[in-house]
Design a protein around this ligand. Structure first.
Ligand SMILES: NC(=O)c1ccc[n+]([C@@H]2O[C@H](COP(=O)([O-])OP(=O)(O)OC[C@H]3O[C@@H](n4cnc5c(N)ncnc54)[C@H](O)[C@@H]3O)[C@@H](O)[C@H]2O)c1
Length: 364
């Protein structure tokens, strides 16, 4: 088992990564003296595979456990579902010492974290991420939120979990497209901070694709280390943490214009990273000429989209503007200079964005 420590003074926690950890969760909590009545929050898709093993492990270690299931899907990362969970907690007389466990992907993790941050002014929660995206990204760093009809993640907080337990074996039941979507975040971590990590991922494509548990533990723990390093320096995104948004400006816009139904989050990020690398090249910022080509190659390897057929460029530009308005800030482009060095700027001419999107297949 790998252990990555995220150091944030009294909010520090461990991220445990390994094969078959789900069966030992009860004893892991005992060893770490984590107690309290437990409410596990999950959805029917994940519950089908992992509800029973988790409950069995917790009950065998003497924990009192109840499970709440919310429907599967991004649209259920909502205040309505949060309210259903508050009702469950209140009806079950859960007090401030209770413990919530998020068992699922980023949707379940963000929703559970939001409820944990707000129920009785904050109760502890543990993340058990079961998608690759959640294992390498959303379960780490304490951004918790629900969506609002006017935009994604508009209602939320920074609220760190007490522990993250990642069982890479859960990736075996994950649909391939979801796995590849998570790979976009893995690739992103390599490009923003760690050339060696990136090289290893590109070289171990076969093992990763075949879900070899050892290589998966390496990939997940590597990404967790990179993300933790950034979060430790800038927990609330007042500076450095923004580099984690490489690929997100155009990525979010593409997700928005396709109503969050066509592209998965990581697919949007892949397209956004490709666009950002071309923007960096066209605005003279790029100091490593091969970077866009290498990024394209690795995205293709993991079957991530690299073209924007049929998407109207004007709509993408509008969505970028709207995102800016919602955040009442300037658009923050994260542009690569070279692998490991990102620059943040709001100065990108609209013609350059248009040229890049045309080249990627967008419609004028
Ligand atoms: N908090 C953060 O820092 C952060 C970062 C990135 C993304 N996010 C959020 O994460 C969400 C996306 O997360 P996601 O990509 O994990 O999507 P998701 O949670 O919707 O999971 C994708 C699908 O996989 C299913 N699933 C999960 N684990 C499975 C398994 N082991 N086997 C089979 N099926 C499984 C889910 O039920 C769902 O249908 C978005 O809401 C996004 O805003 C948050």
């Amino acid at each position: 088992m790998e252990e990555v420590r995220l150091n944030l003074a009294e909010r520090s926690y461990s991220i445990l990564i390994g094969e078959g950890l789900l069966a030992s969760i009860g004893s892991i909590l005992q060893e770490r003296q984590i107690d309290g009545r437990i409410l596990v929050i999950t959805n029917p898709t994940v519950a089908r595979w992992y509800r029973e093993p988790l409950i069995h492990s917790l009950q065998s270690a003497g924990f009192s456990v109840q499970v709440a299931e919310v429907p599967d899907g991004e649209s259920y990362k909502s205040l309505e579902q949060a309210s259903f969970l508050y009702d469950t907690l209140i009806d079950g007389a859960y007090d401030r010492k209770s413990l919530l466990i998020a068992l699922g992907g980023g949707v379940i993790g963000d929703l559970t974290g939001f409820v944990a941050a707000t129920y009785m002014r904050g109760v502890r929660f543990i993340q058990i991420p079961t998608t690759l995206l959640a294992q390498v990204d959303s379960s780490i760093g304490g951004k918790v939120a629900v969506n609002h009809p006017k935009g994604k993640n508009l209602i939320g907080a920074f609220y760190q979990p007490s522990l993250v337990i990642t069982d890479v074996t859960t990736l075996k039941t994950l649909p391939e497209a979801e796995f590849n979507s998570g790979m976009a975040e893995v690739i992103k971590h390599g490009f923003i901070l760690d050339e060696n990590y990136l090289r290893l991922i590109a070289g171990e494509y076969e093992l990763i694709h075949n879900l070899d548990p050892e290589i998966l533990s390496f990939v997940v723990s590597g990404s967790c280390r990179i993300k933790s390093e950034v979060v430790e320096q800038d927990e609330k995104e007042s500076g450095l943490r923004a580099i984690l948004n490489f690929g997100h400006t155009i990525g979010h816009a593409i997700e928005a214009v396709t109503n969050y139904t066509y592209y998965k989050h990581g697919e949007g990020v892949a397209l956004g990273m490709l666009a950002a690398s071309q923007i960096a090249a066209r605005t003279g910022r790029l100091k490593e000429a091969d970077l866009p080509k290498n990024l394209l190659k690795i995205c293709q390897k993991f079957k991530l989209p690299t073209k924007l057929p049929g998407l109207a460029i004007q709509e993408i530009l509008e969505a970028i503007k709207l995102d800016k308005k919602v955040e009442s800030a300037k658009v923050r482009w994260v542009l690569p200079e070279k692998v490991g060095i990102m620059k943040i700027t709001s100065e990108v001419p609209a013609e350059v964005i248009t040229e890049v999107l045309v080249e990627m297949g967008g419609l004028r």
